[in-house]
Design a protein around this ligand. Structure first.
Ligand SMILES: Nc1ncnc2c1ncn2[C@@H]1O[C@H](COP(=O)(O)OP(=O)(O)OP(=O)(O)O)[C@@H](O)[C@H]1O
Ligand SMILES: O=C(O)C(=O)C[C@H](O)[C@H](O)CO
Length: 331
């Protein structure tokens, strides 16, 4: 096995977020489950955009946010995802490269346009996401940069990419490339509704030993195991992956590795402004810590620091110097 050139390569939907504040009544009127991610078509995207309030645009995408965070923490990262040849595509590519993340997936010609996620943030800071997948659903396996995947210590994949068929096949290929190169595979379960759609596939991936590091939040680990019993859910999945990380919102997070359980509290913050990216940045901190050879507890703490920063402002990527925040806490 050769020395990895990169720390983390992620494959994910290449999305620009469109973020606006909304009250609970607006969410209810739209018929969306608060706190969830739903996929929407062109017509719904156009209608909802017309109804939502003044918005800000910022590059997003779950796995893209994670490598953006890991790069901000000083890790060498790459990203693979499909944009279209349009203005939002240029914005996405500019932003990911500006962070020093390697990105080389060619933009796709013609329709549909670059993906966008219409995010409604309620006064409690909770985010409700409406994703128009656009070009990102057409990431073909041929677009994978095999050398980039083989040269990264960790391949990171998002469950969201399991929805469209082409990226699903691409991810299965990517897992094989990483495995053949002796690399680790990390996976986030993404969202409870996404698990509803793909539970059998996700369970098979886990049971087959395709995943080394699995990320879930509380709802997701319960949904995966179809139980209301948190301890039973953790026990059932922890035995099948090298490392299981479960985030628990304001209660912090736990990890289980080799039968041993670790826990960290959430980092204190003044106010939860927008939880978009909390899980993504937690994964960034944890993976960056692992890539640096830190302990499980210190890696969890890095996750909590990165997550706390991102939820204290609007937008899914860090604005403060999270590397400095980590150095202050952990050295
Ligand atoms: N209210 C909060 N106060 C402090 N930290 C929080 C709070 N909510 C979340 N966090 C931090 O963010 C991490 C991830 O949160 P959570 O478990 O809600 O993930 P998630 O559901 O994947 O988030 P999202 O899908 O909104 O990105 C937590 O482990 C914690 O460190
Ligand atoms: O990453 C995805 O696939 C999404 O559905 C939406 C993202 O979580 C969103 O863009 C976060 O910034």
């Amino acid at each position: 096995m050769t020395e990895p050139r990169l720390d983390i390569v992620a494959i994910g939907n290449a999305i620009v977020d469109v973020i606006a504040q909304a009250d609970d009544a607006f969410i209810a009127n739209e018929g969306v489950a608060k706190g969830s991610m739903r996929l929407i078509d062109t017509e719904t995207a156009t209608g909802l955009y017309g109804r939502m309030g003044q918005a800000i645009e910022a590059s997003g995408g779950s796995a893209a946010n994670t490598v953006a965070g890991a790069a901000a923490l000083g890790r060498r990262c790459g990203f693979i995802g499909q944009v279209a040849q349009d203005q939002l595509g240029e914005v996405f590519v500019h932003d990911i490269r500006a962070l020093g993340v390697e990105f080389a997936t060619p933009a796709r010609e013609g329709e549909p346009p670059t993906a966008r996620c219409l995010i409604l943030v309620t006064p409690d800071g909770q985010r409700t996401m409406n994703t128009y997948l656009g070009a990102s659903q057409f990431l073909p396996a041929e677009a994978l940069d095999r050398d980039m995947i083989a040269s990264a210590a960790i391949l990171y994949l998002e469950g969201y990419l399991w929805d469209p068929a082409e990226p699903r096949a691409a991810m299965q290929t990517a897992i094989r490339i990483a495995r053949d190169a002796g690399r680790k595979v990390a996976f986030t379960l993404s969202d409870a509704f996404c698990i509803e759609r793909h539970r059998d596939d996700f369970k098979a991936l886990i049971a087959d030993g395709a995943i080394d590091i699995l990320f879930a939040n509380e709802t997701e680990i319960l949904s995966l195991n179809q139980t209301e019993d948190f301890e039973a859910a953790v026990a059932a999945t922890a035995g099948q992956v090298e490392t299981l990380v479960v985030t628990r919102s304001e209660k912090g997070a736990i990890a289980v590795r080799g039968g041993e359980r670790f826990a960290v509290p959430a980092q204190p913050i003044d106010a939860v402004v927008d939880t978009t990216g909390a899980g993504d940045l937690f994964a960034a901190g944890f993976l960056a810590g692992q890539a640096e050879g830190r302990s499980v507890v210190d890696s969890l703490t890095m996750g909590a620091i990165a997550a706390a920063e991102v939820i204290s402002h609007f937008g899914p990527r860090p604005v403060a110097d999270i590397k400095a925040l980590v150095a202050r806490k952990l050295g």
